[in-house]
Design a protein around this ligand. Sequence first.
Ligand code: FAD
Ligand code: SF4
Length: 458
Amino acid sequence: MRARDPKIRNKDFKEVSLGLTEKQAVKEASRCLQCKKPKCVEGCPVEIDIPGFISALRDSDFSGALHVIRKYNMLPAICGRVCPQENQCQGRCILGRKKTPISIGALERFSADYAVKKGNTEKTPKKKPNGHKVAVIGSGPAGLTVAADLARLGYDITIFEALHKPGGVLVYGIPEFRLPKKIIAREIEYVKSLGVKIKLNWVVGRTQTVDELFEEGFKAVFIGVGAGSPRYMSIPGENLNNVYFAAEFLTRVNLMKAEQFPKYDTPVKKAKKVAVIGGGNVAMDAARTALRLGAKKVYIVYRRTENEMPTRLEELEHAKEEGIICKFLSNPKEIIGDDKGYVKAMICDEMKLCEPDESGRRRPECSGKEFTLDVDQVIMAVGQASNPILVKSIKGLKLWGGGYIKIDEDGSSNIPGIFAGGDIATGAATVISAMGAGKRAARAIHTYISSLKKVRKR
Ligand code: FAD
Ligand code: SF4
C-alpha cells in the first residue's frame, strides 16, 4: 500500500498509509482464486464473506463490495486499517503458501473509503422497534458491535461511556496517523443512525450502578469496558518523573491534544531521548508519537527478537522507516534518576533466547551482560490490566485472573441478564476479537430476552 514519505510523516500526525487506488484495488482483487473452501474466511474472527466482496471488487462493483462486508462487520474502515491481517485472514490465504497473499485488509479499507468518497451512505435494514431496552457499558469496538447488532434487531439501545468521546481505544489509544479520528466518528455516526443513543461522561459503577439500570427497565446489560488500567514492570525507578504508562501518554495526545499545549489544557513531556518498553502495537504507537512530539532518538526496548514481536508487521516496518531504533534482546532492570527525580538513564540486561514457553514464543533469559541507555523519558507498554471500578461494584460477578469477567462462549456471565465481551473478558486483545465477542453476545442477549417473553406468555 502507498505510504507518505517517512522523513515528512514522522513530524506530523496525518495518516501514514494512503490506501489503494481504484486500479490497484481491481488488480489486487483479480489475483484472488475464489477458493471453493476459502481458508481466509476461517481466519477472520467475524467470518466476512471475503471471496464474495473480492469478487464484487474484481467487477468494479465497489458499493456491492461494501454491502457484502457490512453484513458481517460494521466497522470496515477501522478493521481494514488496524487488524493484524497477517495473523488472520491474509495469513490463511492459499496464495501466501507460494507467493504473496491477497491484501485483504487493504481491499476492505478501500471498499469502506470508496463508498464514503462517493457519498454512498447506504443504510442497513432494521427490524421494527420491539420495545426492549438494553444497556451497553463502554463504547469500544465490543460495545459498538453489540449495540449495532441489537439495534438492527429492533432493540432500544443506550451506550454508557465514561469518557467525553465514544470509541474506546480507537479514539484514546490508536494515534491519528494510523487511524484518523474522522473515520471513527463516521463509523460511530453509522451506529447512531441505527437509533443507538450514547450517554457520555457516565461511569457505570459510580454515576449509576448496574442494579439501577435494571430498575430503570433495561432487560439486559452488556459490559465492554476494556482493560485500560496501567501495568508496570516493578523495577527500581518506575516512580521517577517522566516515566509514563503508554496508554496515559497516548491518551494525553490522542484525546486531550497535549501536543498543542497550552492551546489545550493537558500537557505532555516532550523529551529528547525516549525508551519505549514493549513489542506490541501499543509500544509502536507510543514510540512513533514520541518521535512526532520532537524526540531526537526513540528506542523500542524489547526482550525477545523481531520474530517474536506481537505488533502488526506494517507498524514495525513503518516505525523503522521513520527512524525508531529497535533494541532487541534487551530487558530494562533499573531506571536511573537525576538529583531532582527526573529520568536520566535506563540500565538493561542483554538477553538470549531459550526454549519456547507456554505462549509458544522462545523464552528470554539474561545473558549476564548489561548496558545503559542515555534517555530522559521512559514509556511502559508492557500490557494493561482490568479496571476494578465497575466489576467490583457488581455483587457476585464471577471474575478470573484478578479482575476479568468470566463468561461462557456466548458472552453470558454467571448473573442472568449480564453479558460481557472484549478486553474485559479476555485481557488485552484486538479490535476484531472484541467485535467478534460483541456479535456473539448480541445473539445471546436476543435469545435471552426472547426467552423472557416466552416465560411471561406461559
Ligand atoms: P475498549 O476499546 O478499551 O473500550 C472500552 C470503553 O469502555 C472505553 O471507552 C472506556 O472509557 C469505557 N469504560 C471503562 N469503564 C467504564 C465504566 N465504568 N462505565 C462506562 N464506560 C466505561 N488492536 C488491533 O486489532 N489492532 C491494533 O493496531 C491495535 N492497536 C492498539 C494500540 C493501542 C495504543 C492500544 C491501547 C490497543 C490497541 N489494540 C489494537 C487493542 C484494541 O484496541 C483493543 O483490544 C480493543 O479496543 C478492545 O475493545 P473493547 O471494546 O473491549 O474495549
Ligand atoms: Fe481469495 Fe486467498 Fe481467500 Fe482463496 S484464501 S478466496 S485466494 S483471499
